[in-house]
Design a protein around this ligand. Structure first.
Ligand code: AMP
Ligand code: MG
Length: 391
């Protein structure tokens, strides 16, 4: 058994970053930028007004001043001439500030009579001008690698970048194993249950930017498992679920080894999720064997697959980000394995679910965090700060 951190290090060594593809901006959210995106213009491309009002010379902007309005500058329709002494231009938000002016007096501070304006007794002191290039300059870059968020998409659009180079979606083959498993919508026999992990993991992986592929359920026979591995041959990452313990019907380790898998490790000192294995298949693909218990599989998805996926996508690799919160109640001592406990974080304190059995999907579904208890951690009172990861 190796610690979680050692298992992660070994997993990271098995990762190969995938290649790239070009996608239109409208489809780039959630993808990983792999080539710097370089602005093709200044933003704004001119000194622009930040308010509706009147563009004037700052030197003439004194309370009570009277100026003559000689034209208008609206968004998309600037004022072409130069503004002279005693003159002003009606201006609107987003419009170019006319030559000869360097301040916008907000319309609330102005009274107008025909083409004459009179500035009020007290003037807002802001100049209300957004200088050319204040947001970004021509040639400035959004640098890769970067997981693109909605704000980035808006920025790229403003930079006049219609398409970006991103990581292609890593293909992840998901192989459920077990004679007892039936697809949702099917008719389970009296000794059977629905396959659930594959669906949960596929959802998790898709959220992370992968292209998960659910393979047909492998039965607990060697030929059935071999067939599943064959179907998975072209995937970047092959994930098996179940069949990884030491029971008579747990064939994943044996079949993978027979097929030439070079094993990196087997068994991790954690709860839930101890019977985890990983290695490299003959095809070159990375393989991770997850435990079958539904909560174990999902916890391992968060703790191991998510960080690994970031590597496939070309992002820096590291453990799932941890945060800290105080316990809402006392907590008993932990055993020798790192424990990922299902909990709920509300109003700044974390409560742990009473039931921590690794088969209880309803408990996992109610949880929004996994509280991490180090191996052999002592009992601690309510209020103690603990580490958690969001799920
Ligand atoms: P195993 O590791 O194959 O012994 O499986 C451990 C437990 O997880 C057993 O109760 C299995 O029925 C259950 N299990 C295994 N794979 C899945 C799956 N894909 N979906 C739901 N439950 C599963
Ligand atoms: Mg099984």
């Amino acid at each position: 058994m190796i610690p979680v951190s050692a298992a992660l290090d070994q997993l990271f060594q098995l990762v190969t970053t995938v290649g790239t593809e070009e996608v239109p901006l409208a489809k780039a959210n959630g993808r990983v930028l792999r080539a710097d995106a370089v602005a093709r213009r200044d933003q704004p491309p001119f000194d622009g007004s930040a308010m509706d009002g009147y563009a004037v010379k700052n030197a003439e902007a004194v309370p009570g001043a009277r100026l003559t309005v000689i034209g208008e500058s609206a968004a998309g329709h600037g004022f072409a001439d130069t503004v002279g002494a005693g003159q002003a231009v009606r201006i609107f938000t987003g419009a170019p500030v006319p030559a000869g002016t360097d301040r916008v007096i907000i319309q609330e501070d102005v009274s107008r009579d025909g083409d004459t304006i009179t500035l009020g007794d007290t003037l807002d002191q802001g100049h209300h001008i957004r200088p050319r290039g204040v947001d970004f300059a021509d040639g400035s870059a959004l640098t890769a690698p970067r997981l693109l968020r909605p704000a980035d998409i808006a920025l790229l659009a403003a930079m006049n970048i219609p398409a970006v180079t991103v990581s292609r979606r890593p293909t992840v083959a998901l192989i459920s194993t077990g004679d007892e498993l039936v697809m949702p919508g099917g008719t389970p026999g009296p000794d059977q249950i629905m396959v659930s992990n594959t669906f949960g993991l596929a959802a998790l992986l898709r959220d992370l930017g992968a292209a998960p592929r659910m393979l047909p359920i492998a039965r607990d026979t060697q030929p059935s498992l071999e067939m599943a591995f064959e179907l998975a041959a072209d995937a970047d990452l092959v994930v098996t679920i179940g069949g990884a313990s030491v029971g008579d019907h747990d064939l994943v380790g044996k079949v993978a080894a027979d097929l030439g898998m070079a094993r990196s490790f087997y068994k991790v000192a954690m709860r839930p999720g101890k019977p985890l294995m990983a290695g490299r298949l003959k095809s070159g693909a990375m393989m991770v064997g997850l435990p079958g218990n539904p909560v174990s599989a999902m916890v391992c998805g968060h703790v191991f697959l998510a960080p690994v996926l970031r590597g496939f996508l070309g992002l820096p690799m590291g453990p799932a980000p941890r945060r800290r919160a105080p316990l809402a109640a006392d907590l008993a001592a932990n055993g020798p394995r790192e424990h990922y406990m299902r909990g709920t974080l509300t109003e700044g304190a974390v409560s742990l679910a009473a039931q921590q059995d690794s088969s209880l999907l309803s408990v996992l579904s109610s949880a929004n965090v996994l509280v991490i208890r180090p191996p052999s951690a002592p009992a601690v009172p309510a209020g103690t700060m603990v580490d958690y990861i969001e799920i």
